[in-house]
Ligand binder design. Structure first.
Ligand SMILES: [Ca+2]
Ligand SMILES: [Ca+2]
Length: 584
């Protein structure tokens, strides 16, 4: 295996050097390149640094011994008057970096120098409805294309060399509350996307398109009762079976506007042939209107990429009443000779499941305070604390407000959009967690197209004066938190780990930090000048290892964070890409 890896790597490096000498004949990105992405150090081809989402690099040129010599090489400003949150993970292919910015912008940069090659600014209509800031989390690359989704729910494919639009497809109607902020992923020539809009009563789904043409191949709703479809080469659609069984876990008609938005995109494991998409809250938030489990909300659904069928699902929060979107990434890894997946759920529990079958192996809290459930049963189902479910407004004194409860985690989650990392060297997951709670209550609500569809009110509260954020090293075999590094502000960027024995992550206070992967001891930090809410990457070019991260404070916390937002309102916005290497 090792020999095979090395020969694959060296042939790729030879190809890369050949391509650099004659840029116009660069080979396009293939499925094989994407399936090998986690092992090939000369490029970063997918969100997750490999579609499995481990965010682990086999590079060790930057390591515990020399990381103190890490210095900036270049910084690039996203420009414009518009800033807000920069949550993008960049990609690097053939010496070019592709990084998306807020307001549906995409930049092509020389990865070594930061020189701008081209930029694309998607023309956004008035009236877009992103719930949680005008962010974008990154692009996908395939063949000679770089493809990203937009705030008005479109998918745009650009020529990697020129930035010219090659194809553009509408995902759905932004006026009905649909938007798109996730990085698409590629599996077997298909580009897989979800949808955002769970706060507007949209219907969640996963769609697969031919990555070269944008033509639909299949769609799979993530709300029980809705029909999936398959499309032939001419674009004719045929039924591909209803998701679940109509009215089995949703009574009445609310499933028709049932939410379960797949807003964080997915992961894909070539070893299982399955794409794993997390799903958001059932709509509306007021759970008393929709008795039942409300499948497939607040769950992970594993979809067979070849057929567009749901192979299994695992629901973290049945009949959710707290907006515990289960969108968090499902990261596959090897454990005890089996292919498993780990997920740090917004509801505060970390789940370890069989990646082939979804069978529950283990679950445990990765935050210190969980009030909504007393624990998990033998199958991983929550043991609800009925006293901690926000009350039914129809039973309130005036019928307009249910009983207020204090719940933890807050709806912004034990973990939110910021992706974790897994190191096969230490066997640990590195989880960017937050400790906070909320006062939450329910109100009457009816669906209206394009209007917020919550039926709830809330205020986020701190629960510890000393910190909210905590980067935690979590052992999936024992459920133990091995170490933690706390942070005053809530963590909102992602994590990366390397064979160099390092873990990298950013903070809203503006630091990109590195710690010893085994102990959590901080060994390096750099101030980027604005908050970091994006995941770092690393790659190798001309014999040197580079680290990159987008910087720019924003995201859901300043918009929805209640008392916590007031605590962090001194942080300045920005919008730039930073790249580092060892000082020689
Ligand atoms: Ca790679
Ligand atoms: Ca939600």
């Amino acid at each position: 295996m090792k020999g095979l890896r090395n020969s694959t790597l060296s042939s790729l490096l030879v190809a890369a050097f050949a391509a650099m000498a004659v840029p116009q004949v660069m080979a396009g990105v293939t499925d094989r390149d994407i399936e090998n992405d986690a092992k090939t150090t000369g490029d970063v081809l997918s969100w997750g640094m490999g579609t499995e989402g481990q965010r682990y690099s086999p590079l060790d040129k930057i390591n515990l011994g020399n990381v103190k010599n890490l210095v900036p090489v270049w910084s690039f400003s996203f420009g414009g008057e518009k800033q807000r949150g920069q949550e993008s993970q960049p990609l690097v292919v053939n010496g070019k970096m592709f990084v998306t910015g807020s307001y549906s912008r995409l930049y092509a940069l020389d990865a070594k120098t930061g020189a701008k090659l081209w930029q694309y600014e998607h023309r956004l209509p008035d009236g877009i409805m992103p719930c949680c800031d005008v962010v974008n989390r990154g692009a996908a690359v395939y063949d000679n294309l770089v493809i990203f989704s937009t705030l008005d729910a479109q998918l745009v494919a650009l020529d990697q060399n020129t930035g010219k639009v090659v194809w553009k497809e509408k995902i759905d109607d932004y006026q009905a509350g649909y938007s798109n902020t996730a990085a698409p992923i590629i599996a077997k020539g298909l580009i897989l996307t979800g949808v955002s809009g769970g706060e507007f009563g949209i219907v969640g789904r996963v769609e697969a398109r031919d990555a070269k043409t944008g033509k639909m191949v299949w769609s799979r709703p993530t709300v029980e009762g809705h029909m999936g479809y398959k499309y032939d080469a001419a674009g004719n659609k045929t039924e591909n079976g209803i998701s679940g069984t109509t009215n089995a876990t949703w009574q009445g008609d609310l499933w028709k506007t049932g939410g379960a938005a797949t807003w964080l995109g997915g992961s894909y494991d070539a070893k299982t042939g399955l794409a794993y998409f997390g799903t958001g809250n059932p709509a509306p938030w007021n759970s008393h209107l929709r008795p039942g489990d409300n499948l497939y909300s607040c769950a992970t659904v594993a979809i067979d990429v070849a057929t567009g069928q749901i192979k299994w699902h695992f629901q973290g929060t049945p009949n959710d009443g707290w907006d515990y979107d289960g969108v968090n990434e499902f990261v596959t890894f090897d454990m005890n000779g089996k292919r498993m997946g780990g997920k740090a759920d917004r509801n505060g529990f970390f789940y370890v499941l069989d990646a082939n079958t979804g069978k529950f192996e283990r679950g445990f809290p990765f935050v210190k305070k969980i009030t909504w459930a007393k624990g998990l049963d033998a199958n991983g189902k929550p043991i609800f604390d009925p006293a901690n479910r926000p009350g039914d407004p129809s039973k309130g004194a005036d019928g307009k407000k249910g009983e207020v409860v204090f719940s933890a985690p807050s709806f912004l989650g034990g973990k939110n959009q910021m992706p974790m990392a897994y190191s096969p060297d230490t066997g640990l997951f590195y989880v960017p967690a937050n400790e906070w709670g909320m006062e939450i209550w329910n109100e009457p609500i009816t669906y209206k197209k394009g209007a917020a569809y919550l039926g709830a009110g809330f205020t986020i509260k701190t629960i510890d004066d000393k910190y909210i954020g905590a980067l935690r090293a979590v052992d999936p075999k024992t459920g133990k938190i091995v170490w933690e590094v706390t942070n005053n502000a809530p963590l909102w960027g992602g994590v990366m780990t390397t064979k160099g024995g390092l873990v990298f992550w950013g903070t809203p206070e503006g630091f990109l930090k590195a710690a010893d992967a085994k102990t959590g001891k901080e060994v390096w930090s750099f101030q980027t000048g604005t908050g970091v809410v994006a995941p770092p990457i690393t790659w190798e070019q001309d014999g040197e290892q580079y680290i990159g991260v987008a910087a720019g404070w924003g995201g859901a916390v300043p918009l929805w964070g209640g008392d916590v937002a007031k605590k962090v309102n001194y942080l300045n916005q920005g919008g730039s890409m930073w790249v580092f290497k060892l000082h020689k």
